[in-house]
Design a protein around this ligand. Sequence first.
Ligand code: WTA
Length: 653
Amino acid sequence: MSSQPDKTIEALLLEKRQFPPRKSFQEQANVRDPSIYRKADRDFEKFWAGFARELTWYKPWKRVLEWKPPKAKWFLGGKLNASVNCIDRHVLGPRKNKAALIWEGEPGDQRLLTYRELLREVGKFGNVLKSLGVRKGDRVTLYMPMIPELPIAMLACARIGAIHSVVFGGFSAESLKDRINDQGAKVLVTADGGWRRGNVVPLKKISDDALSDTPTIEAVVVVKRTGQPVGFDPKRDRWWHELMAGASARCPPEKMDAEDPLYILYTSGTTGKPKGILHTTGGYLVGTYATTKWVFDLKDEDVFWCTADIGWVTGHSYVVYGPLANGATCLIYEGAPDTPARDRFWDLVERHGVTVLYTAPTAIRAFMKWGTEWPEKHDLSSLRLLGTVGEPINPEAWIWYQKNIGGGRCPVVDTWWQTETGMILITPLPGLTRTRPGSATFPFPGVRATILDPAGREVKVGGGYLAITRPWPAMLRTIWGDEERYVSTYWTKWSRDVYFPGDGAKRDKDGYFWLLGRVDDVMNVAGHRIGTMEVESALVDHSAVAESAVVGISDDLKGTAIAAFVILKEKKSGPPAAGLHDELRGHVAKKIGAIAKPDKLFFVADLPKTRSGKIMRRLLRDIAEGRVLGDTTTLADSAVVDTLKAQYEEKEA
Ligand code: WTA
């Protein structure tokens, strides 16, 4: 979230550095014909159908697109299976013994799965799920660390037609429970724990807490990862390795309709409840396949490493479906970038010969802070392309990445997209685009994006709201169980055929897009979306709290940090009890997960509100960031702000 949009726009306007693709890269690039933009734009259905034809279908589609705004169907009548496209079709050819997944755990243990081996594991787990009563259309929740069993479980669901829903391992028991109940999941797959900075994340214990009130769950499958003792309910719980030992590897894939659901993934919205974003099979696979091939210039010799956790959409699209559909070799790493030391990523790149690296600005800023001595210890010459995603990247971080990680020779692709879009929508093409640090450059071929003002008028040059004005194959189809919210959140800002992503953006005179962050009440903390409302609800849930307001504030490392203003209940007035400050931060972590824990928390007597009762978040941000107060003339009681400001200054002193 950019708290000073004007300043950001000015800074970006001054960014004049340009990086044309190097000749040596261009000559070998998967796409190097600039006319592709024009061709794709002229007939985008034909363009996408071209990629679809590179995949394996049981039955071809009858129609590429049916667009009844805001409802789209892609590849109507087509039948396919996502796991077949990610595995079987490679096993049938020369890739059968190629490494599909190279995995490294945080403690340093390693596993390599060829496409053939992956097929066997996926087939076995598909049969395990069936033996537990999972059928086509049933939901399976995956709450797991970054271990090979996670993509195996996802692909096994896809194979038998079950809908998977991965819940990031950093979420709390409450968050897990809410998601399980929202989707009515039949089976939960988890692990005894996972490694993070040398500690065990107790996933099974958290699952047990979550499962106290999840009536639809019939069975829990537990991967033994860390080996620490866990509670085990013999009626409900099963060990992964025991079930797999008895399972057949032959698991005929379900013939799925292109529009059959593939997965649900939750993301934060402006109201309290996370939204279950629903993706379907055909269009999603085509979109992730195409963007992986062109944006990451993927070749058979590449070792592709997307560092995102599979619990987020980036991991779904660019650790699992996109790269595997391309027959790539993917590196997966379980743990933290600073364990055992701050060169873990560079050690991984060197040892595994990573060629394409896709990571997030928040990580790049941390690397910058740690200093160049860490990457300098390693030979990073295998790298040939770098990517970034998750939040706006500051030009300085972009340059640092290009120079110190890419050795000045690798193109950098800054890719803009969302959980909802399923695939990259705004991005350079590394063999074609002259990049500018901080700009995601242009819409992917076939995609139409623009900038609109609040009234829906196009902004040719300048700032406004980002809008996507044409359907794309991997687009979300609905919010699970809440069609109305789907329509109202994304398709009513202007008209029902224009998608509203909730991001501010600017277009320069050369048509480059510069993304400026969220314009709604969603914070982007270290690349993860958290609704201000979610944190506020968690705070108010504590018995001492009467009201709260949460804002995102600028943070050098995380991009955005969380600041919470808390009003305590009357009877508790007087100075807040010692320890309450930390207790409340801990309470949020318990309710949502550690990622949502407020970085700053202030006790206040009142909150600045407009006459209509809306909390003035801009003002709170100014206060929390220690800036001069903005215009306060619309405040119902301006004394409130003075008190707030005084308290803030006292706290900081
Ligand atoms: C932000 C992650 C600027 C944006 C794939 C978007 C970005 C939200 C970029 C989606 C980028 C993502 N430049 N901002 N390259 N990529 N964003 O759903 O605000 O976790 O709306 O998907 O991240 O976050 P999500």
